[in-house]
Design a protein around this ligand. Structure first.
Ligand code: FMN
Length: 309
């Protein structure tokens, strides 16, 4: 008889399966996030990253599909913390599934302020975006490019987060995933989300002979970055003890299984939602289950990190 997945434990949260809506994808309203759980079958959702004040983001075109994924420079557009606190509260009234609040700040003080306000909405986890590669022109280098800035952001968010767990979202840039993950762990992070988009990259319209994105450059996501995500998760797992939300390039169950074998506990999915719709969560979760059965494993825990042995 086909046994369904028992669910996954992550920092004392119980998810019905390990899939999570990645930040920036359908994560602006309670109703769209609820659909991702109810109709799409995801185990948890992450909001779009938000900060103190609303942000318009970059001008269109801000997202371009290409053969192996997406190039985007949405530019962290968001309605601001007041709106997002309302949406998180609404989601929590409507759904049992965990919700992760993704936050960012332009300064260390803003990270503190946004964390303080976010706590009021009681999300199940605060994910800290220190790694968006599309806003250099406004913010300078991402905090996640520097070990000391990453340490300071982690420390200040943890100080204000109270009992809500904190995951630091890293990108594969700067000083390296292992070293970054270690300073996060040393400064109290409860988890690591790896990875954000990669780049920035550029695509050029050969008829117009100019970069396609209005911002010229953007972050690369989707199948093109799977090998970078797998290697990043592998490196983080080897370096720290805290759990990992493996994200990047997951399109089918086999991709998610690679991330779990590398050490991920949860699997973030973003770009595949553009290509396959929200059903992708259920397909990936079912595929993981079939894999466990095929090889006679009883749970996901049994395969986590196996690629290291
Ligand atoms: C259109 C778009 C918007 C995104 N916005 C955010 C964001 O606001 N905050 C964030 O932490 N990551 C953001 N990301 C990154 C994703 O959450 C994810 O880390 C990345 O796309 C890799 O996963 P994927 O290949 O499954 O898309 C965005 C990605 C895309 C494609």
């Amino acid at each position: 008889m086909r046994r369904s997945m028992d669910g996954v434990n992550f920092l004392n949260l119980k998810l019905k399966n390990p899939t999570v809506l990645a930040s920036g994808i359908l994560g602006l309203t309670a109703s769209s996030m609820r659909r991702v759980i109810k109709v799409g079958g995801a185990g948890a959702v992450t909001t779009k990253s938000f900060n103190k004040d609303w942000r318009k983001g970059h001008k269109n075109p801000s997202i371009i599909p290409f053969e192996h994924g997406l190039l985007n420079a949405v530019g962290l557009s968001n309605p601001g913390i007041d709106e997002m606190v309302k949406e998180i509260r609404k989601f929590k009234q409507q759904s049992e599934a965990p919700i992760f609040a993704s936050i960012f700040g332009r300064t260390i003080d803003e990270f503190a302020e946004v964390t303080q306000r976010t706590v009021e909405a009681e999300p199940d986890l605060i994910e800290v975006n220190v790694s968006c590669p599309n806003v250099h022109s406004e913010f300078g280098q991402p905090f996640g490019d520097s070990l000391s800035d990453t340490a300071r952001v982690t420390e200040i968010v943890k100080k204000h987060a109270g009992s809500i767990p904190v995951s630091i979202k890293l990108g594969p840039h700067g000083p390296g995933m292992g070293r970054l993950a270690r300073v996060c762990e040393e400064n109290g992070a409860d988890a690591i989300t790896a990875i954000n988009t990669v780049g920035p990259g550029m695509l050029i319209d050969i008829d117009v002979r100019k970069p396609i994105l209005s911002n010229k450059t953007g972050g690369v996501s989707g199948p093109a970055i799977l090998p970078i995500a797998v290697k990043s998760v592998y490196e983080v797992y080897r370096t720290v003890k805290i759990p990992i939300i493996g994200t990047g390039g997951v399109t089918v169950a086999a991709d998610a299984i690679q991330l779990i074998l590398a050490g991920a506990t949860l699997i973030g999915i973003g770009t595949a939602v553009y290509y396959q719709g929200i059903e992708v969560f259920r397909k990936v979760a079912d595929g993981i289950q079939s894999y466990l059965q095929k090889y006679g494993f009883n749970s996901i825990e049994e395969i986590r990190g196996l690629a290291h042995e």
